[in-house]
Design a protein around this ligand. Structure first.
Ligand SMILES: C[S@@+](CC[C@H](N)C(=O)[O-])C[C@H]1O[C@@H](n2cnc3c(N)ncnc32)[C@H](O)[C@@H]1O
Length: 277
């Protein structure tokens, strides 16, 4: 569990409270989902990526959704606020889970978003408990892909949808590169896109959309790093040197891995067949 903190994105969880302080919010002021969304989305393209997911899986009333690896709770709150779904937000890291829970309460969404702290591989619910399982930039952290997908299949109701945006491998990656990807991004399961799709089919899913995001995300992380560097003085004033150096290291490492041509990403939507148990 301590190893995931080698990824510097997770080192200074309290950064979000400093950003809220900049907006004049004190620690227990009520918040809205929209004022949080600039700070609580730990994936690429923020809430625009969530809109794509909701359009693909549909937002018909009263659904039960599970988000795996929910971070600070940003996606779960947005999904709940902009659909009728009840969202279970499962997060491994205790500190992120606690921040997520407090932000959700301040948004008045605690009856729509259930926060659970734990490892998805140990998470237990009745078969068919969810109408959709969603995940942004989290599944590549998790070992044992066959077990992960078998659990997703079992937890979904028939016709339920599995949706992810996740990191992927590109080209041949040697041991030294894998070690750096593990240190910088805690990349444990990095599959090539064709393998990723095959894993879903082997687990009994029908893949509906499998889209390469590599070029788009390589540009996103390049621009993100440049913008962060350009605003360094402001970030130092708000967050202090430790947090800013950690984030600069993290954004630089991600950019380096994407530009090396070894790291990519995908958007994938799949369905559990109606007749599957
Ligand atoms: C890059 S963050 C993305 C957070 C969130 N999905 C978002 O987009 O804002 C990935 C999250 O997955 C969580 N995670 C990693 N392994 C997990 C596991 N086995 N079970 C549950 N969560 C996990 C990490 O702790 C981390 O908070």
């Amino acid at each position: 569990m301590s190893e995931i903190k080698s990824m510097k994105l997770y080192a200074h969880v309290g950064r979000i409270f400093r950003e809220l302080g900049e907006l004049g919010k004190s620690v227990d002021d009520p918040l809205s989902v929209d004022e949080l969304s600039a700070f609580d989305q730990l994936h690429y393209h923020g809430t625009a990526a969530l809109d794509v997911a909701m359009a693909m899986i549909g937002v018909d009333g009263g659904q039960r959704w599970l988000e795996i690896g929910s971070g600070l709770g940003g996606p779960a709150r947005y999904l709940a606020a902009y659909s009728d779904a009840h969202v279970t937000a499962l997060e491994l890291q205790q500190d992120q889970h606690e921040v997520a829970q407090s932000l959700t309460a301040r948004c008045g969404l605690d009856d729509r978003v259930e926060h659970v702290c734990g490892d998805f591989l140990e998470f237990e619910r009745e078969p068919g408990s969810f109408d959709a399982i969603l995940s942004w930039l989290a599944l590549y952290h998790i070992p044992d892909r066959p077990r992960l997908l078998e659990k997703c299949h079992r937890l979904l109701a028939p016709s339920g949808r599995f949706y992810t945006e996740d990191l992927t491998a590109r080209g041949d990656i040697d041991e030294a590169q894998r070690a750096l990807l593990q240190r910088d991004l805690y990349a444990i399961t990095l599959r090539h896109i064709n393998e990723y799709r095959q894993d879903l089919e082997d687990a009994g899913f029908e893949v509906e959309i499998c889209q390469a995001m590599s070029a788009d995300w390589a540009e996103f992380v390049r621009v993100r790093l440049a913008a962060y560097r350009a605003d360094r003085a402001r970030h130092l004033r708000v967050h202090g040197a430790d947090a800013v150096n950690a984030m600069t290291d993290f954004y630089s490492a991600v950019n380096r891995h994407f530009q090396s041509g070894k790291l990519g990403g995908l958007r994938l939507c799949a369905r559990k067949p109606e007749t599957a148990a």
